[in-house]
Ligand binder design. Structure first.
Ligand SMILES: Cc1ncc(COP(=O)(O)O)c(C=O)c1O
Length: 342
């Protein structure tokens, strides 16, 4: 473990210094978070499902929260007398986009290591936001991206490596902000279950810490792609999977998840076709656009909700709105796989 980026947090990182140094962040900051907690279709006779709708964040995903948290933490830790702040991380998606946008807004250089399979739309957005990009072979997936980011840091120590998989600001944001928001929105009603897709595990572990403080018997369930499940010993093979989540391969476990509870966290595995089908189905049912990890969480939450009574509530995370092209692809899979909501 790299202790340089292991940064214990008392609460979510204090944004005061960042807002004072970069007043252009103020409107972003005011638009961040306080996302709706919305009831979504759940199983007849089972628990109700409430989803945190994160696409209303300024850059469109839950990662706006953690990018801003790690950004503020970096500003707080950086010695500006030694030189400008320059941010580096490995991210294939929403985190990279949010960091690039924040860097561009504040004229802070951002270097991102991304897989070479990243869609052109993402690459163009990152380039337009002036991010420096290093593309790595998608076969190596997360561990390969992290290793490359570490190498860049070794070659030029002036980059601050954020290391979202180890950066405790990531978990702290979810424990002290996302989780506290959910508790306020529940207004005293009990959360019986918590379900989230695991990329870094920051969302699953941070919100869990907040919710379990109100209900010690809270059930927790992770969601990862069937093609690359949590803790799989298989090496990454570049197969398609729903975006934003996945095991690391080679038996590695996301550090935030390993020490979360005394017992193992159970996982629901959702294949790419199932996730796209559920994206399409959810839009047909509700008129609301949700992304692949949200659709996978919906399916996962549905499974947990079936095992709980109608007085219970399962909370889950809808991290982004996904793309229309993925939703359209989902129609074919839906006609073959059938509904989640029966
Ligand atoms: C769409 C989407 N869902 C879920 C996640 C997983 O979040 P976490 O890294 O907190 O586990 C991510 C992370 O990038 C994401 O982009």
């Amino acid at each position: 473990m790299n202790f340089e980026i292991f940064n214990p947090q008392q609460g979510a990182p204090d944004p005061s210094k960042a807002l004072e140094m970069f007043p252009q962040l103020v409107s972003f900051y005011h638009a961040l978070g306080n996302t709706p907690l919305k009831e979504v279709p759940g199983p007849a006779g089972g628990a109700r499902i409430l989803a945190k709708m994160e696409s209303t964040n300024p850059f469109g995903s839950v990662k706006d929260r953690t990018a801003f948290g790690m950004f503020c933490d970096a500003v707080n830790r950086h010695d500006f007398n030694q030189g400008p702040l320059k941010l580096l991380d490995a991210s294939g998606g929403n985190m990279g986009r949010a960091l690039a946008m924040l860097g561009n807004l504040c004229d802070i250089p951002v270097h991102l290591v991304i897989p070479d399979s990243s869609p052109d739309t993402l690459v163009n957005t990152l380039r337009e936001a002036n991010a420096e990009l290093t593309l790595v072979d998608k076969q190596h997936f997360l561990l390969g991206m992290i290793a490359r980011a570490q190498e860049i840091k070794r070659q030029d120590p002036s980059w601050m490596l954020l290391a979202q998989h180890l950066n405790l600001a990531n978990v702290a944001v979810h424990q002290h902000q996302t989780g506290q928001e959910i508790l306020r929105q529940l207004a005293g009603a009990k959360a019986g279950g918590w379900v989230a897709s695991v990329g870094t595990g920051g969302t699953l572990s941070g919100v869990y810490a907040a919710l379990v403080s109100e209900n010690p018997s809270l059930k927790v369930q992770g969601t990862t792609p069937k093609e690359m499940p949590f803790a799989t010993f298989s090496p990454p093979d570049g197969r398609g999977k729903y975006a934003g989540a996945g095991g690391m391969g080679f038996g590695f476990r996301q550090p935030f998840i390993t020490r979360m509870t005394r017992e193992e966290v159970p996982f629901c595995h959702v294949g790419l076709e199932e996730a796209l089908s559920a994206m399409y189905e959810f839009y047909q049912l509700t008129g609301i656009r949700i992304g692949g990890s949200s659709a996978a969480n919906w399916k996962s939450a549905y499974q947990l909700a079936r095992s709980l009574g109608p007085d219970e509530r399962v909370i889950t995370m809808f991290a982004d709105a996904g793309s229309d092209s993925d939703r359209e692809k989902g129609e074919v899979f839906y006609s073959r796989l059938g509904p989640v909501h029966a």
